[in-house]
Ligand binder design. Structure first.
Ligand SMILES: [Zn+2]
Length: 397
């Protein structure tokens, strides 16, 4: 609503001039008073959240103003631009487009005024999903210092929607030159998307692109995971281990995501003990049932079920979670004698297992969206890196 109020400033300005002009004629005082009242009523509608009524009233005022055709060119331009914006805010984009297009084509307006019209025209196209047309307009604005930043931001949004990652990288790199950021999450994610989109025949090296992602956003877990997987494929196990273990420093909530790759790398190097040491360290630094379960698996392989059961029991007391409880019952069943006690345990194991299956694995910390799959851009609130593994969060299931 605040945005709408700002949007109405040109109307206020145009009317200020218009009313001054009319009242100078003395005999038109009543008309000027009526318009003044309408304007105040409109603003009151806005303030009491009756946006629809307010927009209708302002549209009516602007249309009257147009028909009077008595305002100077600058005010006329601003009022028309606003009229278009009001139509867009009401969902009447075809009317907004006609008005903004007419302004852009009018030879009486200056280059700067036409840029403003193009900017609004591009917004109209964006609002109806004509991304190619919006893209052409924003590309024209990139070379204009006052419009460049906004145009690049919009181009990044367009390329994100159309999944043109190379172009997204290019505009985000330009944007980073205009306003540098310490931790450029969006650019890092574009690098990751671009690296993931490269085919085997590509001349570009995904390894280099992922390193660029880490350079612009050192905490980009996704780049580390992808880099670790690539190094694993290239059989560079020591480097893969270094990159994957770094996730614990970057963001411990995601540690569960790297465990299979890390385990594979340590196994290739015959260093299971070092994997165990990493798990112990990770578990101490941040409660995470994925880590605890991996540790139990490793202990079970090495020292048997009983030792693993003791470990899980100990962890359950420190960090109770449904996942650990499920595993604990499983160990109990394996060690139980046939009979009613074991049958009850099997039933309990099944019930807890069903509950785990129903629960989500990932949750957006920004909007609460839940999913069974890790997504780097939340499909609900469109934020990068806000969807996190629930097992790595404080209040685990
Ligand atoms: Zn979200």
């Amino acid at each position: 609503m605040l945005e709408l109020l700002f949007l109405l400033l040109p109307i206020a300005a145009a009317y200020g001039w218009y009313m001054g002009y009319r009242s100078a004629k003395k005999d038109q005082d009543d008309i000027s008073n009526k318009l003044s009242r309408d304007y105040v009523t409109g603003v009151n509608f806005l303030l009491s959240n009756q946006t629809e009524k307010a927009v209708d009233l302002f549209l009516d005022m602007l249309q009257k103003q147009e028909s009077e055709n008595e305002i100077e060119s600058r005010s006329q331009f601003e009022a028309e631009l606003t009229l278009g914006n009001l139509f867009r805010s009401r969902g009447e984009v075809d009317r907004a487009l006609r008005i903004h297009q007419a302004l852009d084509n009018n030879p009486n307006y200056s280059f700067e005024q036409k840029l403003l019209a193009k900017q609004q025209l591009a917004k109209d196209f964006m609002s109806v999903g004509f991304f190619d047309r919006a893209e052409n307009l924003y590309i024209m604005m990139v070379d204009e210092p006052d419009f460049a930043e906004g145009a690049l931001q919009q181009l990044a949004i367009i390329y994100q929607k159309t999944k043109e990652w190379k172009k997204a990288v290019n505009v985000a790199e330009k944007l980073a030159k205009i306003s540098p950021q310490q931790n450029n999450i969006a650019l890092a994610q574009y690098y990751c998307e671009y690296a993931a989109s490269l085919g085997a025949e590509s001349k570009e090296n995904p390894l280099e692109i992922l390193q660029r992602a880490l350079a612009v956003s050192p905490n980009c877990v996704r780049a580390s995971i992808m880099l670790g997987d690539l190094l694993l494929k290239q059989e560079d196990y020591p480097r893969a281990i270094g990159v994957l273990e770094n996730v614990l420093k970057q963001n411990p909530s995601y540690v569960g995501e790297i465990l299979p790759a890390l385990k594979a790398a340590y196994q290739k190097m015959a260093q299971n003990d070092n994997f165990e040491l990493f798990l112990i360290r990770a578990s101490r630094e941040n409660p995470n049932s994925s880590v605890d379960l991996a540790l139990a698996d490793l202990i079970a392989e090495k020292d048997g079920r009983s030792a693993a059961q003791t470990q899980v029991y100990h962890q359950l007391q420190l960090n109770p979670s449904l996942f650990l409880f499920h595993r604990f019952i499983q160990y109990q069943i394996e060690g139980a004698e046939e009979g009613r006690g074991k049958e009850s345990l099997i039933l309990l194991h099944k019930i807890v297992g069903e509950r785990i299956k129903q629960s989500f694995d990932y949750r957006c910390t920004n909007c609460g969206y839940q999913s069974h799959k890790l997504m780097w851009c939340c499909p609900s609130c469109r934020q990068w890196e806000t969807v996190k593994p629930i097992r790595g969060l404080d209040n685990q299931a």
